[in-house]
Design a binder for this molecule. Sequence first.
Ligand SMILES: Nc1ncnc2c1ncn2[C@@H]1O[C@H](COP(=O)(O)OP(=O)(O)OP(=O)(O)O)[C@@H](O)[C@H]1O
Length: 330
Amino acid sequence: MSAATPAAAASQSVLDVTDFSVEFRTRAGIVRALDRVAFSVGRGETMALVGESGSGKSVTAYALLGLLDAAGRITGGSARLEGTELTSASPAALSAIRGKRAAMIFQNPRAALNPIRNVGKQIGDVLRRHAGLGARAAAAEAIEMLRAVGIPDPARRAGAYPFELSGGMCQRVMIAIAVATRPALLIADEPTTGLDVTTQAVVMDIMGRLAAETGMATILITHDLALAAERSGRIAVMHAGHIVEDAPTKTLLLYPRHPYTRRLLAATPTAAGNLADLRSIPGNLPDLRRDDLPPCRFAARCDRRLPACEAPMQWRELEPHHRVACWNPA
Ligand SMILES: Nc1ncnc2c1ncn2[C@@H]1O[C@H](COP(=O)(O)OP(=O)(O)OP(=O)(O)O)[C@@H](O)[C@H]1O
């Protein structure tokens, strides 16, 4: 795909990713997990990254923040966070960026929290390390953060351990830890999976409010198209390590152009649509260990395939901010 930075959000972008590629070395061969991924996220914008399981959503998040395991490496491209190049940053620089300018929340908050430290101290630790607060100020600010994420009686709850809190409360604590230093970028990887519907809405409301108040850019990684539709301003669709379409949410839902996006939407007709439940998209993701992966990794599943699809893929800007990687868009 071309190296061009997407036009969307380019003027005030917090994160610009271009031609970003990641591979894993495994005993069974090299997994080409991401291939020339490109997107931008602007100040205060929430971009949803959607796609089937295995499409590369989590690898994108981990690779951007320097959290790939030893088998993984970035093999090309650029990712600039407020102008700072992440792909060439040292481990120490990335660790500092993770605490302060970029944060991530995960699906299982209880597992991500330290089980033997109370939650107030865990928020305080971040503030002491990355915002330079003293112990007393950090403790007071931790209580304010718990209040900001809607935890009742925050002064008392600051002394609670994760096992004493519900899953929804633990996710709020994770959000408090993530946003304590007012990061420019929040990556939320399936943040509401496993929570009941009411708690999901509360957690998403909190993230939306914090983004609006602080101008934080958010990448929402989700299987849940309904959640993406409701909570994002823009959706990027991933398939087998490629972003295949990227458009403002309404445009993508009303006028999907990539054959894969259309299949995804057609296969999730209800408001409760969830990509994890999809059974009706024919074919599987290609084996990413193959040496001869085709330029379009969807071609084998695509009913609009043309001989032209054998050519290297190019981004097409269909209209401002609506891009598709397809030689024969619908
Ligand atoms: N440590 C690893 N070693 C080898 N391959 C890996 C590793 N981690 C991820 N992959 C591969 O990278 C690809 C993308 O995986 P990723 O977890 O990003 O998908 P995903 O879209 O986030 O899926 P899910 O929604 O299930 O989390 C998959 O083919 C996966 O098998």
